[in-house]
Design a protein around this ligand. Structure first.
Ligand SMILES: Cc1ncc(COP(=O)(O)O)c(C=O)c1O
Length: 403
């Protein structure tokens, strides 16, 4: 018998990614021959643009196959600086940029490098599943502020003010939002900025990874644009995964004051050293190259967003807010909690509902509990319209069987 307890108390404080877990369960059902519509993963279903793939192949042929500096190849940092200037009208210097193996690693580097035990990180819920676990892993305490569909899924200045304590270290938020699709307007960001201006000990982490995926008429505004006066304590996080269908390439980036990016780069240097040199060249090609791929993908997400909004709104008992961006629908499902399935199972919460939808309806969704609010389910519409039409039909049928 193995007597070694491998898991540290630190590792035991967190769980594996719940959306990944649902997706693995769906894959296992598929392997058993079941036809499952998987709406669990937030991953574009398009291929990476060809010119990006070719840039990577070319990089390999040119011998760009060695370690790079932790903050990346100059050509990538230049591309990132140019992106901020071109798309966001923001001026960052080369040493105000940091890169990582995905935006996820940027979050790791930032919290590893800045949190003292017990520091609080204010996170509006629903939040992206990984935020709170990454904070906890690095000794921080997530301070969660619930913002349900009644609040248009957004934190108000008053609630933010009430959540700030002397231990607050960061305010971390995401717009357009995973899992709700909500976008903060420039005025809303300014109002949040006014609160933060009164609390100079709180830094701001703005996760803008869905920047380009905007379905409504609300223009995307970077927090750094809305609140330039907070620039010296704002970290803007972004990446190529969602905009350019590059989830497997692993490249995220951040911009912020150089005292902060220096810390992130130090963490990077002692973890993975640098993202793959080949990926870095590919990411530079994505940022510098033609942007028509993004526009085409967004047009398709928009059409899908309309399809699911209509389809799921028509299902009795689901409360749907049309997403303004990203590729998620986050219907509230309170009407179904407490009901009983045909096999006698009680639907006690949204986790039980998602599990019922998977086994009975063969639709993989992620319960609201994973995102810090209940009872909701998250549906990713980064999949074909045929799949979405099937998911709507199956959900309606499965829910209609609950008594
Ligand atoms: C809000 C949000 N931030 C960050 C990420 C991580 O992206 P990356 O692939 O760059 O690590 C995701 C991925 O799902 C996300 O939804």
């Amino acid at each position: 018998m193995n007597m070694v307890a491998f898991e540290s108390s630190r590792a035991a404080t967190i769980k594996s990614s719940p959306s990944m877990a649902v997706s693995l369960a769906a894959k296992a059902m598929r392997a058993e021959g079941e036809h499952v519509v998987d709406l669990s993963l937030g991953e574009p279903d398009f291929d990476t643009p060809v010119h990006v793939v070719e840039a990577a192949a070319d990089a390999m042929k040119r011998g760009i196959t060695r370690y790079t500096a932790p903050d990346g190849l100059p050509e990538l940092r230049e591309a990132i600086v140019a992106k901020f200037r071109r798309e966001n009208d923001l001026d960052y210097a080369m040493d105000e940029i940091s890169i990582g193996n995905g935006a996820k690693q940027i979050l790791f580097n930032a919290f590893l490098g800045t949190l003292e035990p017990g520091d609080e990180v204010i996170v509006p819920a629903p939040y992206w599943v990984s935020y709170t676990d990454i904070v906890i892993l690095h000794g921080g305490t997530p301070k969660i502020v619930a913002c349900g569909v009644e609040d248009a899924f957004k934190i108000t200045p008053e609630r933010l003010e009430a959540a700030i304590t002397p231990r607050s270290r960061w305010f971390l938020f995401n717009s357009p939002s995973n899992p709700t699709g909500a976008i903060y307007t420039a005025d809303e960001l300014k109002a949040i900025g006014e609160v933060l201006a009164r609390h100079p000990h709180v830094a701001i982490m703005s996760d803008e990874i869905y920047e380009h995926i905007v379905c409504a008429d609300i223009p995307f505004t970077s927090f750094a644009n809305a609140c330039p006066e907070l620039r010296d304590r704002t970290l803007i996080i972004n990446g190529v995964s969602k905009a350019y269908a590059m989830t497997g390439w692993r490249l995220g980036y951040a911009a912020g004051p150089k005292d902060l990016t220096k810390v992130l780069n130090k963490m990077q240097s002692q973890s993975t050293t640098c993202p793959s040199s080949i990926t870095q060249v590919a990411a530079a090609a994505a940022l510098n190259g033609p942007q028509d791929f993004v526009a085409k993908a967004v047009a398709e997400y928009k059409a899908r967003g309309e399809l699911v909004t209509q389809g799921f709104s028509a299902i009795p008992g689901l409360e749907v807010r049309a997403p303004e961006g990203a590729f998620y629908l986050f219907p509230k499902c309170a009407a179904y909690i407490g009901k009983t399935a045909p096999d006698g199972r009680k639907i006690e919460n949204d986790t039980a509902l998602a599990s019922y939808l998977l086994t009975e309806g063969k639709i993989a969704t992620v319960p609201g509990a994973a995102f810090g609010v209940e009872p909701y389910i998250r549906l990713s519409f980064a999949t074909s319209r045929e799949n979405l039409a099937m998911a709507i039909e199956r959900t309606a049928d499965a829910l209609a069987k609950l008594r």
